[in-house]
Design a protein around this ligand. Sequence first.
Ligand code: FRU
Ligand code: MG
Ligand code: CA
Length: 542
Amino acid sequence: MMDLNLITGITSQLEHFVEAGVDAIWMSPIFTSPMVDFGYDISDFYDIHYEYGTMEDFKELLTRAHELGLKVLLDFVPNHASTESEYFKKSEAGDPEYKDYFMWADPLWVDPENETNRRPPSNWVSQFGGSAWEWSEARQQYYLHQFAVVQADFNFRNQVVKNEMFNIMKFWLDIGADGFRVDALPYLMEARPEDHNGSYPDDPLSGLAQFESHQLGYTIPLYTKDLIDLYPIVYEWRDFVDEYNKEHGGNTRVLFSEGYANVTMTMLYYGNEQGDIGAHFPFNFDFVTDLNAESNARDFVYTILRWLTYMPYGGVANWVFGNHDNNRMPTRFRHDMVDGLNAINMLLPGVAVTYQGEEIGMRDGYVSWEDTVDVEAINRGDNETYMLYSRDPARTPFHWDDTTSAGFSTNLTTWLPVAEDYTEINLKKQMEDSRSHFKVYQALTKLRKEKTLSHGEYDIRAFSDQSFFLVRSLRTYDTYVLLFNVGLASDTVSLSRVTHLTLPATVYVSSINSTRLAGDVISENALTLASGEALVLKAPPT
Ligand code: FRU
Ligand code: MG
Ligand code: CA
């Protein structure tokens, strides 16, 4: 077998995305990095990390992906750079061009008796725990890091920094990237001393007794998160990308923004009522943050409708069920909900976002404290509490098959251990089995090509605490209805309550635990759904 690196390995498996019915992929950061935060600490924004492959390998990946009709999005990480980057080294050394590239500040207080005893400029707490300020001996000042100590925050009030961000985007667009997922936007800007009597304002205290001053949660991030000043920067990026599209033609390059915020602050990433336009969409994390195994059918309906209600007119919705920062979808919900959750993702209007592994129902892997590599787990936890913070369980290798290291590598060991259930849950097996999560996923992505799904109306309502329906309908086209029992007991629902549904209908696809099969005819009004059962029905136009 050819010697593969990460990038050529992906290139060799691109057909998987085509077979799964995926149209675009987002690669988490592939740029040069000391890998303290696995690539989110970038030391060279213009090169490929050596362990992952070469620039040539990446160009080959792009060419092959485009031949297959796949779009490739890169991860754009504007909030911070590695302290190993030239930017930071020069800034720390006081190079006039780079001096104000980062958030440098003098101590709030220095002990006149002992100058090594000093206080940071404010009480701000890092996302990974500890003060967000770090002392630089070389520069004799503190620098800000909202994430790890080695991820220094850029100074977005400096026009030179803003220009550099355009340079970085242009560089990768010129190479052929189809757009960017934009990282950690709520933390882009912080309050400035000028607006607070000359010093950095302390974040208010949460008053929550379980947190000590170095722990995330001790403060309320009033001056460090969701600042209104950050949005104009996102709008400028959108203008830049639109300008690029106009100039170069071809497929629309896109921006998907990342950030956990309340619905109002999240929707501002789409744009504002003054007509500014931002990301093509901000990731919708509601299925990650607001719903879980305990949620009932009404919670699902309410949460889905909230996004669709708050989304600005003309916006494109999107649905996210997992990512590299959160426990895997079947682990947060129940294992028997995989097909129903994938069906929600695929049937709702807008873009369906799948974290690798969801198409085969991959669960969290077990990662011992000894094997733990995530900086968040190591900083915030210890050998007893790390599991509360660790992102490693969601990052274990993808299960291609039941061979060595699940076919992810020919090595016996991998960067994180392969989850033990790989012999049971893997792509090869699911392609062979007559019913599997992957086959359901394929049927669902295929369905998205139907006019009803791409252009139809939606209606979503709870039948009961346990079950709900999601209807997609379009005049003169077939209607599709998802019925999903998210509860723990069976539930009998009345199909006459489903808008736009005329019986008889046929089962288009069913969850693998269902006794019903594709093609089964449903003609009775009363239908009993087992716990976790999901059915997609197809019915003639009303
Ligand atoms: C999303 C994320 C994390 C990373 C952080 C900083 O929150 O992408 O994975 O640790 O941003 O870049
Ligand atoms: Mg610190
Ligand atoms: Ca910042």
